[in-house]
Design a protein around this ligand. Sequence first.
Ligand SMILES: [Zn+2]
Length: 327
Amino acid sequence: MKIFDQSRQHLLILAVLLLLPLISSSKTKKTSDIKHPKNTKTVSQLMQQLKKRVLSKKFHWDLSLFTDEGWSHKSHTVNGLPLIYWTCGDRESTNASLILSTVHGDEVTPVYFGFRLVEYLKARPELCKDKFVVVAPIVNPDGFLRYRNGTRSNYHKVDLNRNFDTPDWHKDALHLWKTKYAKRRRYYPGEKPASEPETKFQMWLIDEFKPVKIMSVHAPLNILDYDGPKTPEALKLSQKYFDSIQHLRETVKKATPELKFFAFGNFPGSLGNYAGKQRGIPTITAELPTTKASLAPYYFGMIEKGTRIFIEQEVKDSPIRASANSD
Ligand SMILES: [Zn+2]
């Protein structure tokens, strides 16, 4: 009996030893594919690709928007493109805004908006005075550059606005996708929350720069949506803060009459859920009316005032920046 046990044990060890290289090599390959794209591109290469795309699609946009200068980046997309952002003003200011654009790659007009906004702010340094502004003009460059017309999702075919790490993700995200969205690939939330580099990038921007307000620009629903805490009690916020973010919502809404104000509600893994509902950061989503490239400059003019007011408006008694200052 004892001999039998021993030989069985030997066989088991032998089997593990034989299989080990197979298991570890497949594991290494998988993680390296996801986290460290082999051929990372430079900012200049990204700009070349964007210009090429804009030209070949005959968007007739000013190509000088895609300048090589002044960008920062922290990480790369699945396909190795740099995830860029631009900042202006005083990092210590309590009036810090984060503006995100092109989370969905097939939404063309927000690409123009993001890059145009950076040029607009560069030409008007007074708008950043005593404030801090972070602009990430193209959160999903892989999606924008993919196939003929780009894709909503990223290179892994994940909808980045369903991939944030929200408390309801595990319970509801995949379930909703299978039922409400009938497994339509455009709305696939990923296998797990925050699995995608572009989601991690946005979460990093929020952690790193501690914006007291966030704006994200999409198309083509023609609405202005707002996510934030429903009551001050929900997140133990002060009444002063709550009144201040309501005021922000109202003034931006008033300055953007062309977009219909509509509370869309939020989804498991969406930015509005992650930043607005969970963290209490007022989050405005501007959905431009169409994805027609030729109308992009017009749309910029349409929400220019609302965007400027969003940047200017102070958020009083913000718990986000209070903790940032005491760090
Ligand atoms: Zn979108």
